[in-house]
Design a binder for this molecule. Sequence first.
Ligand SMILES: Nc1ncnc2c1ncn2[C@@H]1O[C@H](COP(=O)(O)OP(=O)(O)OP(=O)(O)O)[C@@H](O)[C@H]1O
Ligand SMILES: [Mg+2]
Length: 244
Amino acid sequence: MIEADKLHKLFGAFTAVREVSLNVDDGEVVALLGPNGAGKTTTVRMLAAILKPTSGRALIAGYDVVEQAREARHVVGLLTEYPGLYNRMRPMEYLQFFGALQGMTAIESEKRGRLLLQQFGLWESREKRLDSYSKGMKQKVALIRALIHDPQVLFLDEPTTAMDPHSARTVRDAIAELRAARNQRSRPLASISRRSISGGTASSSCSRTRRSRSARLAARSSAGCSCSGSMPISRSRGWPVKSR
Ligand SMILES: Nc1ncnc2c1ncn2[C@@H]1O[C@H](COP(=O)(O)OP(=O)(O)OP(=O)(O)O)[C@@H](O)[C@H]1O
Ligand SMILES: [Mg+2]
């Protein structure tokens, strides 16, 4: 479902991501762990076809993220670190807006939006404008937005950052439910969930994770995803930059 081969990203002369390779199969939930600045967001942005790698190659559901970026974006759902909401909208209008960007009709996105709002416990609040939503409710709407077009691959960039423990738990449970639902439909979800090394979300949402004290990208999945490479924060701080 996700195949990355030696993804490398330079910003000017600075190496943000160094030759990261990974393979993720259908139905796997994988966490990328690393300290601040290790290159996790940059890796996800490359895999989601919104940032071009300097070198290396990645396929998402068979689509090349550079050559077939449009198709790749269509099969990906992305929850970014700082999702902006259109606060004057109500949740359904917001979801229909993003559904339309993914080529969905208003009826399709209304139907899917209703299901997801119910699943995330927001149906009762559907008439409220988003500016009256709490932080956790907004985060859930952002997650629903990422799911509106029923993507095959879901990328979550620190989905529970700044959430209270209860809301964080709700999101973790929702991720587990989504995964279970996918597996039951025999069209499993492959997703990457990530969070900084100090956090607990990744380890509790994934069957297996591996943490690293270095900036080296670490990943493990329920089915033994393979991953290698490194994302140096800064060479001057002495982060190891070897590849496997
Ligand atoms: N557009 C950019 N231009 C220049 N440098 C960038 C850019 N985006 C990221 N970087 C640099 O690349 C490195 C990796 O950044 P990235 O955001 O991928 O880290 P991260 O692992 O997601 O960190 P955090 O845990 O803080 O979210 C950082 O040193 C960052 O300053
Ligand atoms: Mg980040």
